[in-house]
Structure formats: structure tokens, C-alpha cells
Ligand binder design. Structure first.
Ligand code: MG
Length: 341
């Protein structure tokens, strides 16, 4: 009988160039978990778990969950569907821990076959939309500095959800003519959101992400009805089952591996969203190129890309997919195609 895979984990200490602040707070230091699965022939598959306290995860819960999942590692890394089902059945939620394992299995399979994951999926990397680059909450002076630093990126994503939103938008619009998209990260009430719609229009904003708290679906529908721009659900949409209730309430959904827990689930979300005529966005957390690259492999299937998590870091421990100049560039090595820096 084939030997089961073995797992090793390592904590990565990541630091952003600037404190990364959104409507519910922020910081400069982030801990993610690097997961390595090894087969008997010495092939390794890598993945990254990016815990988010908003979804109830920390580096500690990820490590505890990984210990549990390690008891159900497959002997055959190609047995992905059944293995992922078993992991979810043994310990639900913990999406970022499962996303790391899912990434590592896909990486391992690609390496065993000697093909990049995007090729295994039949995708053309040239079809990937350009990525946005995020400007987090800050003082007007520092926002101006960040806009200058983001000179190479053609589309900016602006974090809002504060008392100073109009000032922030004006500061950015005065500093640049670029396309801007807005993410309120659940930070508005319905009344505030409705009041902001003409302001967004005045400043030429093209996409509005998650204006209201996750469960306010009727409110999201009201905003979508009034808005001239697409409204995208992020915190309201974790996995594919969240999509049907959002139909008619939003124009699109934002997929993140740390929310949905699996590359296979990400593909299911794309299929479900498309079946309902919704736009598809892919986003990220603050994470290294390891996690970003796993998501970058399905960017040819989406409309909106926001994969700047590693680009915001002072130092990225991996070399993988990049978004230089906003262009998503996938590595052409087998599997995820990553190497350690
Ligand atoms: Mg968001």
C-alpha cells in the first residue's frame, strides 16, 4: 500500500510596508502558516494558510486544525475531492487551514505531472484581468504618499467605511486620474451607503465592494438598485452555498481562498456565480506570494482581480505570481510554480 503523505508546517512572520488599515482596524505584522506535503518520492506540495480573525482564525487555530487534518492525509495526492470532503467533515470552518492543504495538494499533483496548475485547468494566463492595488485607511498626507508609491498600478482599490470617507476620496482623486474602486468592508449603514452613492459617482468610482454588514442582504439589494456601478459581495459570500441568496441583491461575488477553503470550492463558486449571471472577483488577505499564487492560477476565469497581498509586503519570502504594473504574471514551473526567495 502506498505511504500516506507527510506534512510539515512553518510560521511565516510577514510585515507590510505600511500599517494596513481597513474599517475594522489593522496592523503591520501578520502571521501565516506555510504547509508542505511530501510524498514517498520526495515531491513537495506547498500551500499557505492566512488566518483572519474576522472568520475566527489565528495562527494557533490554524496549527491546531492542521494537526487534526494531518490525521487524514491521502496516500494518493490525486484523490483531492474525497480528501477535501474528509477534511471538512472532520473539522468544519477553519477555511484558511484547509485552503493551505488544498493548495499543497494541487501543487503536488502539478509537480508529479510536470505541468503548471493553470495548464492542468486548461486556462490561458494571458486572459487574467489586471489586478488592483489597495490604498488602506490613513491620513491625507500618507494617502498621497501611497498613491505616489502605487504609480505602477493602473487601478487602485480604496478602503472606506470611516467618518472621513469623502475626504479620503477627494484626496485620492486630487492625486490621480486612475480608475478607482471602493471597499467599505461592512463599514456603512444602509443610510450612509445610500448617501455615499452620489459621492462615489462624483469621484468616478467604478466598483463598490461590501458596503453593509454580511447578513444585510435586503440592504445590499436596495443599494444595488440605486447604484449606477456594480456592487460586489465579499464578507457576505464565503462559499458557493452563499451565492444563490445573493442573486438579485448584488452584481458580483468576491472569492478568497481563506474564506472558501479550497481551490476546488473556488472553481465551484465561479461556476455557481456564472450560472446566476454574476460577476466574479478574486481577492486575498495580507499573505505571501505562496497564497497569492494559488489564487492567481484561476484569474483567467474571473472579471476582477485584487491580488495585491504580497505586493503590500516589505519582504516576500517566496517568488511566484506577480502583479507588476497590475499585470498578473503566473510562473511557468510545475504545480503552483513557486520557489523560496
Ligand atoms: Mg473586500
Amino acid at each position: 500500500m502506498a505511504q500516506p503523505l507527510t506534512m510539515e508546517t512553518e510560521c511565516l512572520e510577514l510585515r507590510t510596508r505600511h500599517p494596513f488599515i481597513i474599517a475594522r482596524g489593522g496592523r503591520s505584522e501578520y502571521r501565516t502558516i506555510w504547509v508542505r506535503l511530501r510524498d514517498a518520492d520526495g515531491h513537495e506540495g506547498w500551500g499557505e494558510a492566512t488566518p483572519s480573525s474576522f472568520y475566527g482564525e489565528t495562527a494557533e487555530t490554524v496549527r491546531a486544525a492542521l494537526e487534526r487534518y494531518a490525521g487524514a492525509l491521502p496516500a494518493d495526492p490525486f484523490d483531492i475531492e474525497e480528501t477535501e470532503r474528509r477534511w471538512e467533515a472532520s473539522l468544519r470552518i477553519n477555511a484558511s487551514a484547509r485552503a493551505a492543504l488544498s493548495g499543497a495538494l494541487h501543487d503536488l499533483v502539478g509537480k508529479r505531472l510536470g505541468v503548471p496548475l493553470y495548464r492542468l485547468w486548461g486556462l490561458d494566463p494571458a486572459k487574467a484581468p489586471r489586478s488592483t492595488f489597495t490604498i488602506g485607511l490613513d491620513t491625507p498626507e500618507r494617502i498621497r504618499l501611497k498613491v505616489q508609491e502605487a504609480a505602477e498600478y493602473p487601478i487602485l482599490k480604496i478602503k472606506l467605511g470611516t467618518e472621513r470617507d469623502v475626504e479620503i476620496l477627494r484626496t485620492i482623486r486630487d492625486a490621480t486620474d486612475k480608475e478607482i474602486r471602493v471597499d467599505a468592508n461592512c463599514g456603512w449603514t444602509l443610510k450612509q451607503a445610500v448617501a455615499m452613492l452620489p459621492v462615489l459617482q462624483e469621484f468616478g468610482v467604478t466598483v463598490l465592494e461590501q458596503p453593509l454588514p454580511p447578513d444585510q442582504i435586503a440592504g445590499l439589494a436596495e443599494i444595488s438598485r440605486r447604484a449606477a456601478i456594480p456592487v460586489v459581495a465579499d464578507e457576505s459570500c464565503r462559499t458557493a452555498v452563499d451565492i444563490p441568496p445573493l442573486v438579485g441583491a448584488v452584481d458580483g461575488i468576491n472569492i478568497k481562498l481563506a474564506k472558501c477553503g479550497s481551490l476546488r470550492e473556488a472553481l465551484r463558486m465561479i461556476a455557481v456565480a456564472r450560472a446566476h449571471g454574476l460577476m466574479v472577483m478574486v481577492g486575498c488577505m495580507i499573505e505571501s506570494s505562496l497564497g497569492i499564487t494559488a489564487a492567481a492560477h484561476f484569474t483567467p476565469l474571473v472579471d476582477i482581480v485584487d491580488l495585491d497581498g504580497a505586493a503590500l509586503l516589505a519582504r516576500d519570502p517566496f517568488v511566484g505570481a506577480t502583479i507588476a504594473g497590475g499585470q498578473v504574471a503566473l510562473p511557468d514551473g510545475p504545480g503552483l510554480g513557486l520557489r523560496k526567495r
